[in-house]
Design a protein around this ligand. Structure first.
Ligand SMILES: NCCCC[C@H](NC(=O)CCN)C(=O)O
Length: 420
């Protein structure tokens, strides 16, 4: 089997190379029309067209969400009574406001599509596979905002998948980066307008509340654990200096390494926001996002296979220990075993900067993007055909879940503000 597996991997890589121009065009089209969360209509249509034109894929163009899609191929192989293995690849394609594809989601879409095509090409060689195999591509919108994968999870979109792969652009190749749990909140202060010079005592200043809230959180930061993160912006702060602002608005992202700590961080910042309202006489509304992002549940079996395949293609892996951002793929890994490796794209630029936007649209990124897709397809082949690999992946997932259940029982998700 080892030799056969090597041949299949070669076939997957060759097919990705053969399709490289089309794949580049796909990423380029998405990059040229950056669209925000849940508005990714052109990117969505481009991907749907891509899989429709590829033939052999069954495409559900608006799968559970308007800008989500599902493309499936297979099943192939297997005897009667064998249970089907469904391998998933994810495509993200939303961009950031003002700076476009500064997180390289156009390249995530390309890796997902390329890896799926590569795996299909290897599986198409007509062998008598020991079990029925299906390849599924899910187009998952809104990673940068509401977390489309969490909506899709709720709708059951991941229920029939056995393993899920995606890869994210970065500054380095890493099988895992500690993506943390996150919950977002919008804070609205309502005051009362008045002439700021003629009769200021009649006003209630909502901008003052926003500034106090911002300062309260900044002071709180010293007492947070080193890997907790709170960061926010003031979105509205008034319209004219001589009108006391009757409305202000902030948005904050709250993050902790485990979702179990989100209620604690939320309780702490809520106190900051309420205190600002009390001090200024404003009323306050706190609007928490409908979805909480969870941290990634690691699967070392998948990570090790990916690393081995990546190394064979020339990747240099680094280990990252410090907290990173967040991803709605974290929630997926609480439901299905999966990996979310990061990949170098030929630039030292940092994500969420205009320089990264340029790097994710540059021709130089293509080599690294396709190399990543090859490593994903090869890892999927290992999962399918390395003896015992799928069982090991599933067993590790099961153990991680039961560890987590135990921890949740020991430390339920409750809010605490420690008082002396
Ligand atoms: N607030 C909504 C989610 C933001 C997710 C974003 N994701 C990334 O940067 C991708 C890589 N982790 C973030 O972490 O800010």
């Amino acid at each position: 089997m080892a030799e056969k597996l090597q041949a299949l991997k070669k076939q997957a890589c060759a097919s990705i190379d053969e399709t490289k121009d089309k794949l580049h065009q796909l990423a380029d089209a998405i990059w040229r029309h950056p669209e925000l969360a849940f508005e990714e209509r052109q990117a969505h249509d481009t991907l749907v067209r891509f899989f429709t034109q590829e033939k052999g894929w069954t495409v559900d163009a608006h799968y559970k969400l308007e800008t989500a899609f599902r493309a499936t191929w297979g099943p192939v192989g297997g005897g009667q009574g064998e249970s089907l293995v469904n391998v998933g690849f994810l495509c993200e394609y939303d961009a950031l406001p003002a700076i476009g594809h500064a997180c390289g989601h156009n390249l995530i879409a390309e890796t997902g599509a390329a890896a799926a095509l590569g795996l299909r090409a290897a599986l198409e060689s007509g062998e008598a596979w020991p079990m029925p195999i299906k390849v599924t591509v899910l187009g998952t919108p809104a990673e940068e905002d509401e977390g489309g994968k969490i909506d899709l999870l709720r709708e059951g979109a991941f229920e029939d998948l056995d393993v899920v792969f995606m890869a994210h652009p970065s500054q380095e190749d890493a099988t895992y980066i500690p993506d943390v749990a996150e919950h977002d909140v919008v804070i609205k202060y309502h005051g009362r307008a008045s002439h700021a010079s003629a009769y200021p005592w009649e006003g209630v200043n909502a901008l003052d509340a926003a500034v106090m809230a911002y300062t309260n959180v900044s002071v709180l930061r010293q007492q947070l654990k080193p890997d907790w993160r709170i960061h926010g912006i003031i979105r509205h702060g008034g319209v004219k200096p001589n009108i006391i602002p009757d409305y202000s608005e902030l948005e904050y992202y709250l993050r902790t390494p485990s979702y179990r700590d989100l209620p604690s961080i939320k309780a702490k910042v809520e106190a900051c926001f309420q205190a600002a309202a009390l001090a200024t006489g404003c009323t306050v509304e706190l609007l928490f996002a409908r979805n909480q992002f969870y941290e990634i549940v690691r699967n070392h079996t998948l990570e090790d296979l990916y690393e081995k395949n990546g190394k064979s293609l020339g990747m240099n892996f680094i280990t990252v220990k410090n907290s990173s951002g967040s991803t709605d793929f974290g929630n997926v890994t609480h439901a299905v075993p999966g990996i979310h490796p990061y990949f170098y794209i030929g630039s030292e630029a940092l994500n969420h900067t205009p320089e990264y936007t340029a790097a994710s649209g540059a021709a130089e990124a293509q080599f690294y993007t396709l190399r990543t897709a090859k490593a994903l397809a090869m890892t999927a082949l290992d999962v399918l055909f390395s003896p015992g690999a799928l069982d090991k992946v599933k067993q590790e997932f099961k153990e991680a879940k039961s560890r987590e259940e135990k921890e949740t029982k020991q430390k339920p998700q409750t809010a605490t503000i420690e008082k002396s």
